[in-house]
Design a protein around this ligand. Structure first.
Ligand code: NAD
Length: 475
């Protein structure tokens, strides 16, 4: 069977490149297709196409752009099966459970919601002599740079608010999950004017060209904290405004008053959704000694009951790790924990056979200073630290350089809220974790980034305020 060569979309046209690279199915190791390695000239052409059409796109009424978003939501709905299957084949998450169908449904929701939101003119000040209005205007061309963990959902978070508010977009997908993204962009282009949404696939180098390109006015970046620092540097060249959604090392604190059986599902999927390859996953679990053993036991039961395998197969709810780079990182952290004599309740060794399969791994009796606790593992391995003193648990939870999400689990709402107030993160969930919503702002603090996505605040982040100041005496 011949290998399919996928294409970028620039100014409404399918674009190939002289050089291509392979994208793999992480469940089988097979080549899924070939992806264009965009050249610097192609990146510039995509930015130029987006720039050329942006004034006309911005000149449309809000109602017209909302209409385009609703048409795109329909395209996603009509192609749900196709896109979900591609995501499973390329990213690895199963069709079932909180997997690829769930991801495309999320894309639809995160398209419909910005289509329903308004950014009305605000009055900053008014008296008898003057009136000062805040209008929200588009920024221009948005460079969207996406990671590989939720490739289409995160692309949607970047694309839809930008288009809704009158910007145009050039997106660079992760080199690990280009095919599904290029296909989504191609399909969305069937209902968009040419040039409004363009793609440029390639490695980090292509991301570097895009983020520093003259003509880019705003960068929406989601990825690691180290690449985020490079984005900040790139923006010094073009003065682009920047939203950074970066890495996290979310802590969950479990108080002694919980019912372990009742919270186990929430903790399990809060930790292992997408095999732990989720920005706001529980990556460190602090459990009070009174319930520690019972919580571990409940999680262990769930781990044993969740089928892992090729996500196209029925019944599978856990897939492979997405790529070898990430797989090797997980193995390294697990080996380090073994050196520290941590206890492996389950898992702990890579599975034999094709594909990047690593079992759900629960690690107890681990020192808080261990690398597995202090570094973002971004995989199916959860360190569980027992605590007796709540102040110490909060101190440990906060003592990292990142702050994306956090959670507290308790049957006492007041105490839960008090702990939540003391945890340092962009979002602190109570008795849930990672339950993002398209109406609720989401973003990190510290080295997890800056700026927010979603809801009205997310729309504001892809606009700039323009003040119209009126002297009433002469008007
Ligand atoms: P990554 O930083 O390696 O790559 C992200 C994107 O940046 C890719 O498209 C990559 O090609 C591109 N890139 C690489 N070097 C670049 C450069 N010099 N200039 C411009 N672009 C460049 O991250 P990843 O491994 O794809 O994603 C995993 C990380 O993303 C984790 O740390 C995770 O926590 C984080 N993440 C954060 C959020 C959030 O909302 N905060 C969401 C998902 C993932």
């Amino acid at each position: 069977m011949s290998v399919i060569i996928y294409t970028n979309t620039c100014n409404g046209q399918a674009i190939t490149s002289a050089a291509t690279f392979e994208s793999y199915n992480p469940a089988t190791g097979e080549v899924l297709g070939l992806v264009p390695s965009s050249t610097q000239e192609q990146v510039q052409a995509a930015v130029a196409a987006a720039k050329a059409v942006q004034p006309a796109w911005a000149a449309l009424s809000d109602e017209e752009r909302k209409g385009y978003l609703m048409q795109m939501a329909k395209v996603l709905e009509d192609n749900l099966d196709y896109l979900a299957k591609l995501v499973t084949q390329e990213q690895g998450k199963p069709l079932a459970g909180p997997g690829s169908v769930f991801e495309i449904q999320g894309c639809i929701g995160w398209t419909q919601v910005p289509a329903s939101l308004e950014l009305p003119v605000e009055i900053a000040f008014e008296d008898d002599t003057r009136r000062d209005e805040i209008h929200r205007t588009p920024i221009g061309v948005v460079a969207a740079i996406a990671p590989w963990n939720w490739p289409l959902l995160i692309a949607t978070w970047q694309i839809m608010p930008s288009l809704r508010t009158g910007n145009t977009v050039v997106i660079k997908p992760s080199e690990y999950t280009s095919i599904c993204t290029l296909e989504m962009v191609r399909l969305l282009n069937t209902v968009l004017p040419a040039g409004v949404l363009n793609s440029v696939s390639g490695s980090g180098e292509v991301g570097g060209w895009l983020s520093s390109a003259l003509g880019v006015d705003k960068i929406m970046f989601t990825g690691s904290s180290s690449t985020g620092a490079k984005i900040i540097q790139a923006s010094a060249k073009n003065y682009a405004r920047v939203t950074l959604e970066l890495g996290g090392n979310d802590a969950a604190i479990v108080l002694p008053d919980v019912d372990p059986a009742k919270i186990a599902q929430g903790l399990f999927w809060g930790s292992f959704i997408n095999m732990g390859q989720t920005c706001a996953c529980i990556k460190r679990l602090y459990v009070h000694e009174a319930v520690h053993d019972a919580v571990v036991e409940e999680l262990n039961k769930l781990a044993a009951a969740m089928p892992m395998g090729n996500g196209l197969e029925e019944g599978v709810v856990l897939g492979p790790v997405q790529n070898r780079m990430q797989f090797n990182k997980i193995v390294d952290l697990v080996e380090d924990a073994k050196q520290q004599a941590a206890n492996f309740v389950c898992g702990g060794a890579a599975m034999q056979g094709a594909g990047n399969f690593f079992p759900i791994t629960l690690v107890t009796q681990i020192d808080n200073a261990a690398r597995l606790v202090q570094e973002e593992q971004f995989g199916p391995v959860l360190p569980i630290v027992k605590f007796s003193n709540l102040d110490e648990a909060i101190q440990m939870a906060n003592a990292v350089e990142v702050g994306l999400g956090a959670s507290v689990w308790s049957s006492n709402p007041e105490q839960a809220r008090e702990v939540a107030n003391r945890m340092q993160a962009g979002t602190v969930w109570i008795n849930q974790h990672g339950t993002i919503h398209p109406m609720v702002p989401f973003g990190g603090i510290k080295q997890s980034g800056f700026g927010v996505e979603f809801g009205v605040d997310g729309l504001k982040a892809v606009t700039q305020p323009k003040i119209i100041s009126i002297n009433k005496a002469l008007a």
